[in-house]
Design a protein around this ligand. Structure first.
Ligand SMILES: NC(=O)c1ccc[n+]([C@@H]2O[C@H](COP(=O)([O-])OP(=O)(O)OC[C@H]3O[C@@H](n4cnc5c(N)ncnc54)[C@H](O)[C@@H]3O)[C@@H](O)[C@H]2O)c1
Length: 246
């Protein structure tokens, strides 16, 4: 059993975030699940973990989440920035020509600004103790052109990857690693907002001929957060069944 760590996972009420939180809880770590969905309380109870309801579109509430995590867990060793949104119109991504600036801002606030704020707020504690692990959930759409993703979503996820590299370089000498995961198509409530035609086309193009599972992303996150990954920093790990090989 590894040393128990104190872990904050955002977007942990469902999908990939829930699988990641479950994985850490099973390993015996203390976990705080954050989500805007109040069902996060019930989920956390089942895992023997703690919960915090927050709207990550709200910067002040996001900063308050960092303080709440430190208070609830007694500090934070591992931060997983997982929460994300991908607005659709009838199962299809909006074209760039139909995205109002309010929607652009909202996607960037949730997918990129909130992860930045949580890094900004929790890094000082990690640097002080000379240990920290940050795992940012990006997307294949931040790595290459993905037709069924929207422009704001792709831009936000490319931003997450750039932020990951920059923070990794700054803090590598101080015991803090910062990495990203770029999932391909994963079976979750978010991916099921795509139309059946979009999903069928996606599966046909994946060399593995199937969607990925949330547990497969959780396994990657657990590895990047583990003591054995101490020399891995600044990477963006593609977990996509072979559909994009960076
Ligand atoms: N599912 C996929 O195919 C896929 C592919 C690539 C990347 N991703 C990324 O993985 C991450 C998780 O996606 P998922 O598929 O599990 O989605 P999901 O919709 O199942 O879960 C996302 C969770 O984030 C929460 N959330 C959304 N907006 C929030 C906000 N403003 N404040 C607090 N919580 C908020 C939701 O309530 C939900 O519980 C996202 O960042 C997504 O972009 C998913």
């Amino acid at each position: 059993m590894e040393d128990p760590r104190r872990v904050l996972v955002t977007g942990a009420a469902s999908g990939i975030g829930l699988a990641i939180a479950r994985g850490f809880a099973r390993q015996g770590h203390a976990v705080l699940l954050a989500d805007r969905d109040a069902r996060v309380h019930e989920v956390a109870r089942e895992l023997g973990a703690k919960a915090h309801v927050v709207d990550l579109a709200d910067s002040a509430a996001t900063v308050a989440l960092a303080r709440a995590a430190e208070a609830a867990l007694g500090g934070c060793d591992i931060l997983v920035n997982n929460a994300g949104v991908s607005p659709k119109r009838n199962g299809l991504p909006p074209t760039p020509l139909e995205v109002p600036v309010e929607e652009w801002d909202l996607v960037l606030r949730i997918n990129l600004t909130a992860p930045f704020l949580l890094c900004r707020e929790l890094l000082p504690g990690m640097l002080k103790q000379r240990f920290g692990r940050i795992v940012n959930i990006a997307s294949r759409a931040g790595r290459t052109f993905v037709g069924p993703a929207a422009t704001h979503y792709a831009a936000s996820k490319a931003g997450v990857i750039g932020m990951t590299r920059h923070l990794a370089g700054l803090y590598a000498a101080q015991g803090v690693t910062v990495n990203a995961i770029a999932p391909g198509r994963i079976e979750t409530p978010l991916s099921s907002t795509s139309s059946a035609a979009v999903l069928d086309a996606a599966v046909a193009a994946i060399p593995a001929h199937r969607l990925g599972t949330a547990d497969e992303i959780a396994d990657a996150a657990l590895f990047l957060a583990s003591p054995g990954a101490g020399y891995v920093t600044g990477v963006c790990l593609d977990v996509n069944g072979g559909v994009f090989m960076g």
